[in-house]
Design a protein around this ligand. Structure first.
Ligand SMILES: CC(C)(COP(=O)(O)OP(=O)(O)OC[C@H]1O[C@@H](n2cnc3c(N)ncnc32)[C@H](O)[C@@H]1O)[C@@H](O)C(=O)NCCC(=O)NCCS
Ligand SMILES: Nc1ncnc2c1ncn2[C@@H]1O[C@H](COP(=O)(O)OP(=O)(O)OP(=O)(O)O)[C@@H](O)[C@H]1O
Length: 217
């Protein structure tokens, strides 16, 4: 099974690119559900981990009731303010959060990947924002950088409801775009339109990835 990892700037549309790659991997005639199961999204897994009772308890013990919503679940916005903000404690808080969340995300990712391999899936696409930072690219046969100009990414971040500085705060907690780009095997332009992204993915898949599916274990 070919393992493809995605990287890029924040709000570069990695999830959209992942879906398009998975559609190529699943092949013509595959349903959208069959393609979607080939994508493993670390943000989604991390959000589920944040619902685990021992994780909720540990974070409330660290930060108090300010990170808890009325219904008892964690308030991701409040946690984001602590770990990406300008507070002097932000970096230490982020490291503590990652130390709690990442081993659980990693375990789940590996289980899901094993499951796909045992079902004979042709490929898996890892949509993991911190792929390179955490060395999880070691698990990948191919790493793809999704390139989107910063003003377009800012526009998409604003559509998510993020304030003007949120993208910079999060990006400054990640490797530089230059490093992500230089450590990738391929660069796919994802700024113009979904149609252009789709065509670029198709071209890359046919020339670089599909031939590898025949050799990948
Ligand atoms: C801080 C949290 C609660 C904020 O939740 P929120 O819903 O606002 O953001 P979401 O999880 O959707 O992440 C959006 C983007 O923020 C960036 N981001 C998230 N966590 C981190 C981090 N630890 N370091 C750098 N950037 C990050 C990524 O680009 C990600 O795609 C959440 O991101 C979190 O729990 N982060 C720690 C776990 C983690 O590292 N997740 C990333 C994948 S493993
Ligand atoms: N090539 C593109 N052209 C136009 N719009 C796009 C393109 N790629 C993604 N989008 C749009 O941008 C928005 C964000 O995309 P998506 O959900 O894939 O990003 P994401 O995966 O959340 O971002 P991140 O890279 O931070 O993980 C979506 O509304 C999506 O439809």
């Amino acid at each position: 099974m070919l393992t493809i990892g995605l990287t890029g700037g924040v709000a570069s549309g990695k999830s959209t690119a992942a879906r398009l790659i998975a559609e190529q991997a699943a092949g013509q005639g595959a349903s959208s559900g069959e393609a979607a199961r080939l994508v493993l999204n670390a943000d989604e897994i991390a959000h589920r981990v944040l619902d685990e009772p021992e994780v909720v308890a540990a974070l409330i013990e660290r930060w108090g009731d300010g990170v808890r919503r009325r219904d008892g679940t964690l308030d991701r916005r409040a946690i984001g303010d602590r770990v990406f903000g300008d507070r002097p404690t932000a970096e230490a808080d982020r490291r503590a959060l990652e130390a709690l969340i990442h081993p659980r995300v990693r375990k789940r990712l590996m289980e899901l990947r094993e499951g796909l391999a045992s079902q004979g899936a042709p490929a898996v696409v890892l949509d993991i924002p911190l792929l390179l930072e955490k060395g999880w690219d070691d698990d990948c046969d191919l790493v793809v950088f999704i390139e989107v100009p910063q003003d377009e990414r800012r526009r998409r971040a604003a559509e998510r409801g993020w304030g003007p500085d949120e993208l910079d705060r999060r990006e400054s907690a990640q490797l530089s775009l230059e490093e992500k780009r230089s450590r990738s095997d391929a660069v796919i332009a994802g700024g113009d339109s979904i149609e252009a992204l789709s065509a670029a993915v198709r071209h890359w898949w046919n020339s670089e990835a599909e031939p590898r599916t025949r050799h990948a274990k």
